[in-house]
Design a binder for this molecule. Structure first.
Ligand code: ATP
Ligand code: MG
Length: 508
């Protein structure tokens, strides 16, 4: 039965000398990676980690992130990679929510951990904190591994053992941990490999955050399955990204639309040789139509695909193939990722008619087992094996699906549905503003009213009258905001607006 660390072992036996990871000029072969993972697993076991214990990895993108995740898995722990930019209270949430007894820390997170220890000494006292990376606690252990490649550490692990807790982005509330066994994560890799066309020994550039399910499950684990060479960057910078594609002859790249927007602005982009790039896919947010055209021109040799999914799905979800991106780049997807079923249903669970808005639900091998520690939320989200995504979607006559809003963000005013994303898209070009979010305020007569929260552009003077005038030719009257507030727009690291925080602000 395949397991994630078992697959690493097989790859290392098959291609011991092939490069596995390159980070900051240092390349680790598959033999070295496998051996480092063995050393770390043995060390964790010697420090009291038992099968099924939780281990949190708080680390930015690096080669030691990979060693940490696989080391925990090989020691038969349930590994929870979390956002390396977490503040002390968030670290506390991840440790207490998972009940982890070991925390592996990347060097760039040392300050956050020090702040967490100071603020939460009781939890910290029961957690073993080990720092990864150069000059970390584990440096000697891991360095010794390179010299002793034959000493394999093996525990009996089953395909249906729990493997990962992956946190959602926390756009609609506190991040929830989605639980996956090895079987589910392996299926994500198989599905992604088929959908995006990964090939044996591909060279992959990893720039998006690896702790998030998109980069981790759609690309990092499948990369190990195919003996890929993964070049890892700790942070996104448009010029170094383009440099790396050229220098390493990168074949596969994943990024969010904003990353592509910045890459398109690299001044000498047209003079670069980026012909090695076979596949570029994007996700997490839709691509503006005008940007897609520019991408096709800048990357004429590249297949550009879109993935739209949810952490709860593994991620599973819907995709746009290259041909479909060419036709309707601003839609969210046309077909389910392979081996996955998708439906769009009304509140009774019946399929909606084409063109009508309903909730997207999905089913397949990759769906989470449930939320960690949250039976209430699991019962609401997973119904008869179908994961309810909370995404309101409509399907056009050719099957293209578009997410119009989150169920939680939809506004009902005077009995009519207003999709906040639609209003935001229409009003984004109002010249007085730099950013906006559409939310609701409870109202006695209408149930809810539409509220625009805006941050002014430099020198801009946004007013309700001005905004309403701008909106009049674009939106039906009932969708136009009746209130305008000036405030910062809180966003999470993937750029999504945290409307629950804004609603708290306006009700305060
Ligand atoms: P939380 O569930 O904690 O509120 P979240 O839903 O943002 O946070 P993720 O699982 O990281 O956490 O994100 C999944 C959501 O992101 C989807 O439900 C969808 O709303 C949005 N999304 C993902 N990909 C795309 C895409 N390609 N286009 C549009 N929206 C997308
Ligand atoms: Mg979600």
């Amino acid at each position: 039965m395949p397991t994630l660390p078992g697959i690493l072992r097989t790859t290392a036996h098959t291609y011991p000398d092939r490069p596995a990871l390159t980070f900051e000029g240092r390349t680790t072969t598959y033999r070295e990676l496998d051996s480092r993972v063995d050393r770390l697993a043995a060390e964790l076991a010697s420090r009291g980690l038992r099968p099924g214990d939780r281990l949190v990895v708080l680390s930015g993108n690096s080669d030691s992130f990979g060693v940490g995740v696989y080391g925990g898995l090989r020691a038969s722990a349930i590994v929870a990679p979390v956002n390396p930019k977490s503040a002390a209270a968030e670290v506390e949430h991840f440790i207490t929510d998972t009940g982890a007894n070991i925390l592996l820390v990347g060097p760039e997170c040392a300050d956050a951990v020090a702040a967490w220890i100071a603020a939460h000494p009781e939890t910290a006292a029961t957690t073993t904190v080990l720092s990864l990376g150069p000059a970390g606690d584990l440096e000697d252990v891991l360095a010794a591994a390179d010299a002793r490649p034959d000493n394999e550490f093996t525990l009996e692990i089953r395909e249906d053992d729990d493997a990962l807790i992956i946190y959602t982005s926390g756009t609609t509330g506190k991040p929830k941990g989605a639980l996956f066994d090895h079987h589910r994560v392996i299926w994500v890799g198989v599905n992604a490999g088929i959908a995006f066309g990964l090939r044996l020994h591909d060279r992959i550039l990893q720039v998006a955050p690896l702790y998030h399910s998109a980069a981790l499950n759609l690309l990092f684990f499948p990369g190990v399955m195919i003996g890929a060479h993964q070049v890892i960057h700790s942070a996104f910078h448009p010029v170094t990204t383009v440099d790396a594609i050229q220098e390493h002859r990168i074949q596969v790249f994943f990024g969010v639309p904003t990353m592509y927007a910045f890459m398109l602005r690299v001044p000498d982009l047209a003079d670069r040789d980026l012909s090695s790039l076979r596949i570029a896919f994007y996700g997490a947010a839709p691509m503006p139509g005008s940007m897609a055209e520019k991408l096709f021109a800048a990357f004429p040799d590249t297949e550009i695909n879109q993935a739209c999914g949810q952490t709860e799905g593994g991620p599973g979800g819907i995709i746009l193939t290259h041909e479909d991106v060419k036709r309707k780049p601003t839609t969210s997807g046309r077909f389910p990722i392979p081996n996955t079923e998708i439906r769009v249903v009304d509140a009774n669970g019946d399929d909606v008619a084409p063109g009508e808005v309903g909730e997207m639900i999905m089913r397949g091998e990759t769906m989470m087992k449930g939320y960690w520690n949250r039976p209430d939320a699991t019962a609401q989200t997973v119904v008869d094996g179908w994961v309810h995504t909370g995404d309101l979607t409509h399907v056009d006559d050719e099957g293209f699906m578009t997410i119009v809003d989150r169920l939680k963000d939809m506004i009902i005013t005077g009995g009519k549905n207003v999709y906040s994303a639609e209003v935001e898209n229409a009003l984004a070009a109002y010249p007085e503003i730099a950013d906006l979010a559409i939310i609701s305020r409870p109202h006695e007569e209408f149930g809810e009213t539409v509220v625009a929260v805006v941050t002014p552009a430099e020198g801009g003077n946004p007013t309700l009258e001005g905004l309403r005038e701008f909106a009049a030719p674009l939106l039906s009257e009932y969708k136009i905001p009746r209130e305008l507030l000036i405030n910062e727009i809180p966003r999470n690291p993937s750029g999504k607006i945290q409307k629950h925080k804004l609603r708290e602000t306006i009700s305060a």
